[in-house]
Design a protein around this ligand. Structure first.
Ligand code: ARG
Ligand code: ZN
Length: 423
C-alpha cells in the first residue's frame, strides 16, 4: 500500500523496494597482500574460523591480493590486527551499500529505458527475464535453437540449457555454464549475451559456429540469484535447508563428486564454502552433473571444452584444481590454449588475465565443477573468473556487461578454433 503511493525514482521508492533487504551500510572491503607464510597464516586462520562475520570476497593466497568485506563493528579490531602483523591494507570499497545502491539504480534505469520485460545487456536481468529470453528465441534457417529443462532448483525454478547449432552434422561441442555462484551476476549476463549474438547474427560468427555446437546453461543457481536480487546481494550458495542448522544452502562448487570434501571445503553449514551433506546433494548440481554425464556419454556428441563462468579476478583456471602441483597428462595443451585465449581476450579492451592450474593460481578446492568436467572426459575444462580485478568485485556496474562479454567472446573464438581443428 505504501509502495503504491510513492513515486518511482524517488528516494522513498527505493527505500520501499529495499524493505526486507539485507543492508551493507558502512561495510568496507579491505585488500591485503599476504607476502609471507606467517601473514598468510593470520588471514587463513580468520578465514577458517569464520562464523560469517568476515566475508572473504577472494580467498587468502600467498602474494595475491585478498579482498575481505568487514562489518563496521569489526573494522577497528581487524585493522589493528593487520597492523600488529605488519600487513598494509588498502580500502577497496568504503561502503558496500553505496556500491549496491549504484548498481541497483543503474540497473533500474536501464531496464525502464529498455522497456520493462524486454531482454537487455545494460542491466542484470532477473531469472524470469532470462528464462523468457532464452525460451522465446526462434530457430531460423541459419541456426537451430533447442531449449531443454535439465532440472529444477530447490525452490522449483527451471534450470535451462540451450543448444545452438548451425549444422545437423556438427558433433564437436562446447559446454558453458554460468552463475553457479549466486552473487556473480556478470556470468549469466555474459552467457545470455553470447546466446543473443549467436542467434541474431550467426553469419557474423561463422568462425565460432562452423563445426561447433554450443550447450549453454546461463543460470545454474536461480534460487541463489533471485535471493541476491530480493534479499541479500552477497549471497553465494544454494538455498536448500540443512538438517540441524538454521543456515541455508551449500556451495555448489564444492558439491560435485570429484575430490568431494577435499581441500578448501567446509563441513559447517553456515560456511560459505559448505560442501553439502553429500556429493550432488543439491538439485542444481545434480542437474548439471547429469547433463555433463549425458553429453559426455552420447556417441553423437563430442564436447571438447567446458567453460564454467565465475567472477571475479580475471583468471583462466585449468585442471587440476583440487590440489596444487598436480596436472593432467595433457596439461601442455590446456596451458597453450589458456595462454592463446587470454592473449586474444586482452586484444579487445586490454583486460589482463592470468592462467594456470586452479590450485596453483588460487587454492585447492575439492568437489568443484571444473575438475569434475575434466574427470568426466571433457578435454578442456576451465573456470573463467571474469571482471573485475580491483574496483567493484561482485557488484560490477551493468555498463561493463557488454565489454566483458566482448572480450570473453574473443577468448571463446580461440577455444572454438582449437575444438574444431584438433585431431
Ligand atoms: N572461486 C572459485 C571457487 O571458489 C574457484 C574455483 C577454481 N577451481 C578449483 N578447482 N580450484 O569455487
Ligand atoms: Zn564463483
Amino acid at each position: 500500500v505504501v509502495a503504491a503511493r510513492v513515486r518511482r525514482g524517488t528516494e522513498s521508492y527505493s527505500q520501499a523496494l529495499e524493505a526486507g533487504i539485507r543492508r551493507y551500510d558502512g561495510y568496507e572491503v579491505l585488500s591485503v597482500i599476504p607476502d609471507t607464510l606467517e601473514k598468510l597464516g593470520v588471514l587463513r586462520h580468520i578465514h577458517d574460523s569464520n562464523d560469517g562475520s568476515y566475508d572473504f570476497w577472494t580467498d587468502p593466497v600467498l602474494n595475491r591480493k585478498v579482498d575481505i568485506m568487514v562489518a563496521p563493528e569489526l573494522q577497528e579490531e581487524f585493522k589493528q590486527l593487520l597492523e600488529k602483523n605488519g600487513m598494509a591494507y588498502k580500502t577497496k570499497v568504503n561502503n558496500v551499500q553505496s556500491l549496491i545502491n549504484q548498481e541497483r539504480a543503474a540497473n533500474e534505469k536501464a531496464r525502464l529505458r529498455n522497456g520493462n520485460g524486454k531482454e537487455g545487456w545494460d542491466y542484470y536481468m532477473r531469472h524470469n527475464e532470462i528464462e523468457e529470453f532464452i525460451r522465446s528465441r526462434p530457430s531460423t534457417g541459419d541456426i537451430t535453437v533447442s531449449v531443454e529443462t535439465i532440472g529444477t532448483s530447490y525452490e522449483g525454478r527451471n534450470i535451462t540449457a540451450v543448444k545452438l547449432s548451425t549444422s545437423p552434422t556438427n558433433s564437436r561441442g562446447i559446454l558453458i555454464d554460468a552463475n553457479i555462484h549466486a552473487r556473480e551476476w556478470i556470468t549469466s549476463a555474459t552467457a545470455t549475451w553470447i546466446i543473443n549474438e549467436f542467434v541474431t547474427k550467426p553469419a557474423q560468427y561463422g568462425d565460432l559456429l562452423d563445426g561447433v555446437d554450443y550447450y549453454i546453461i546461463p543460470m545454474v543457481n536461480p534460487d541463489g540469484y533471485e535471493h541476491c536480487h530480493t534479499a541479500d546481494r552477497m549471497w553465494r550458495k544454494t538455498r536448500s535447508v540443512n538438517a540441524g542448522s538454521s543456515c541455508l544452502g551449500c556451495d555448489p562448487n564444492r558439491n560435485f563428486p570429484f575430490q568431494f570434501g577435499g581441500e578448501g571445503t567446509s563441513s559447517v553449514p553456515c560456511s560459505d564454502i559448505f560442501k553439502g551433506d553429500h556429493a550432488l546433494s543439491e538439485s542444481e548440481t545434480k542437474a548439471l552433473s547429469d547433463y555433463i554425464v549425458r553429453l559426455a556419454g552420447d556417441e553423437n556428441v563430442d564436447v571438447r571444452a567446458y567453460l564454467t563462468f565465475h567472477s571475479y579476478g580475471q583468471l583462466w583456471l585449468l585442471p587440476w584444481g583440487y590440489t596444487a602441483g598436480t596436472y593432467p597428462d595433457d596439461y601442455e595443451d590446456q596451458l597453450s590454449l589458456g595462454q592463446a585465449a587470454i592473449a586474444a581476450l586482452a586484444g579487445v579492451h586490454n583486460t589482463q588475465y592470468v592462467t594456470g592450474s586452479g590450485a596453483d593460481v588460487l587454492y585447492g578446492v575439492g568437489g568443484a565443477s571444473d575438475d569434475y568436467g575434466k574427470f568426466s572426459g571433457i578435454k578442456y575444462s576451465v573456470t573463467v573468473e571474469m571482471r573485475d580485478d580491483d574496483e567493484y568485485g561482485f557488484v560490477l556496474p551493468p555498463d561493463q556487461i557488454i565489454p566483458n562479454a566482448q572480450e570473453i567472446m574473443a577468448a571463446l573464438r580461440v577455444v572454438a578454433a582449437r575444438v574444431r581443428d584438433e585431431a
